[in-house]
Design a protein around this ligand. Structure first.
Ligand SMILES: [Zn+2]
Length: 426
């Protein structure tokens, strides 16, 4: 076995430190192009910058078209009604491949979109001490830069005999921030053909990695009643907004802190003038669960709620959406991979820990295809999804070195047959 000498890892860190200005330059360039999930042009521009970053470390670049996504719109007017379903086209997924025939295949994943729309006033980057502020610096354009430089270093660092043992696919999704609805099925297919997954979401602010992740589902519920004049027809009408309010309260009460189940009513829309009985209403909600048993139980409980309120109020309900991120519980395989990351961290003087989180990401999708994966290998960052977002500058070198060492350790463990948890037959 190739035991890591302290000199060897400090040489790696030294080389990466020389490249830090370049890494920051790439990150700023990526972050100053707006790529909110709805900004297709921006996402395509970011993808071209990513081609410059990853083509030197891969053999093949591919744009894979994704299926359109069904969205329930909520504007009233002449174009569409509240609750009309539209098919919205998706941007493509960007793929890079290297040595696809090698015996050990990694699936790296990341996303080019951010939560900040074109109208956001958070569009530029600036430095303040150790902080690089800007949209996507932590989540997760900075993480993609970390991966590119880790791969670059591995080209130099690994002996030829080891390089040929591993290959990879890097999949960059355009829609992670909206739940990977279009890229999710593609990620599952890719995961089925890989042995191990590494995702470049930001590490938690203290540097620890995410362990178990909850599962998450996004739902849109439509209520249809019978409208009418509030004076003349009130008792012959069925108020869809009131029925929806009742459902919202009932759904919210399915939350259970002890069990780790939450139902968040995020949006309620409906109604117009006070002299009209609303004939339709819309509710968007999010459900989080710890495991697949809870997921099945909640799917059933939601239906029971709808049937009960529907019967009482005479309003009809139509449920859209579902669990788009299945739970990612800790498994033996997950634990084994984390321990390798810990060993890689030790040679850099890091004491890595992991924490369960209610947050979800592509790691959930990969896990649902049975792929063991670590999903917070990006930069250390703070304030993600807010205009306070920043990446810690000293984490770029640290995390790129961590990834390079982790990949080396996985190759070594695989070669020595010490990772029985990894799929040997993708
Ligand atoms: Zn992210």
């Amino acid at each position: 076995m190739n035991v890591m000498s302290p000199e060897r890892s400090s040489e790696l860190v030294e080389r990466l430190e020389q490249q830090l200005p370049e890494m920051l330059e790439h990150t700023v360039a990526l972050c100053e192009v707006n790529s909110g999930s709805d900004n297709r042009v921006g996402i395509e521009t970011v993808n071209r910058l990513l081609e410059n970053l990853f083509e030197p470390v891969s053999d093949v670049t591919e744009y894979r078209p994704l299926a359109s996504v069904r969205q329930v719109v909520e504007r009233s007017g002449t174009d569409s009604e509240l609750g009309e379903c539209l098919e919205v086209p998706s941007a493509s997924m960007l793929l890079f491949r290297c040595r696809p025939d090698a015996p050990l295949q990694f699936l790296f994943t990341g996303h080019s979109d951010t939560v900040f729309p074109l109208t956001s006033d958070f569009q530029r980057c600036w430095r303040e001490g150790n902080h690089l502020h800007g949209p996507g610096t932590a989540d997760m354009k900075g993480g993609l830069v970390v991966l590119a430089y880790a791969l670059k270093q591995l080209e130099w660092w690994l002996p030829e005999s080891m390089k040929h043992l591993f290959g990879f696919t890097l999949a960059i999704s355009p829609d992670e921030e909206t739940g990977s609805l279009a890229s999710g099925p593609e990620l599952i297919k890719l995961a089925q053909n890989a042995h191990i997954g590494l995702t470049y979401e930001p590490a938690l602010p203290d540097g620890s990695l995410a362990g178990a992740r909850k599962g998450s589902g996004n739902f849109t519920l439509l209520a249809k009643g019978v409208g009418g004049h509030a004076g003349r027809d009130f008792f012959n009408s069925k108020n869809a907004l009131v029925a929806m309010a009742e459902v919202a309260v009932a759904l919210s009460r399915l939350s259970d802190e002890q069990q780790g189940i939450s139902v968040n009513i995020g949006r309620l829309v409906g109604g117009d003038a006070v002299n009209k009985v609303p004939d339709q209403a819309l509710c968007r909600f999010n459900v989080r669960v710890l495991d697949s048993m809870q997921q099945a139980a909640m799917e059933q409980a939601i239906q029971v709620c709808l049937a009960e309120v529907g019967q009482r109020t005479g309003c009809a309900f139509e449920l859209h959406g579902g669990f788009n991120r299945p739970p990612k519980p800790m498994s033996k395989g997950q634990q084994a991979l984390f321990e390798l990351a810990q060993q890689a961290g030790e040679s850099l003087g890091l004491n890595l820990s992991q924490q369960p989180t209610g947050g979800c990401c592509e790691g959930n999708n990969l896990a649902s295809a049975g792929l063991v994966n670590l999903d917070t290998l990006g930069v250390r960052g703070y304030g993600i999804h807010t205009t306070a977002e920043y990446a810690c500058i000293d984490s770029f070198v640290e995390r790129a070195a961590l990834s390079a060492l982790l990949i080396e350790k996985v190759i070594q463990a695989h070669r020595a047959g010490r990772l029985p948890c990894l799929r040997t037959n993708p």
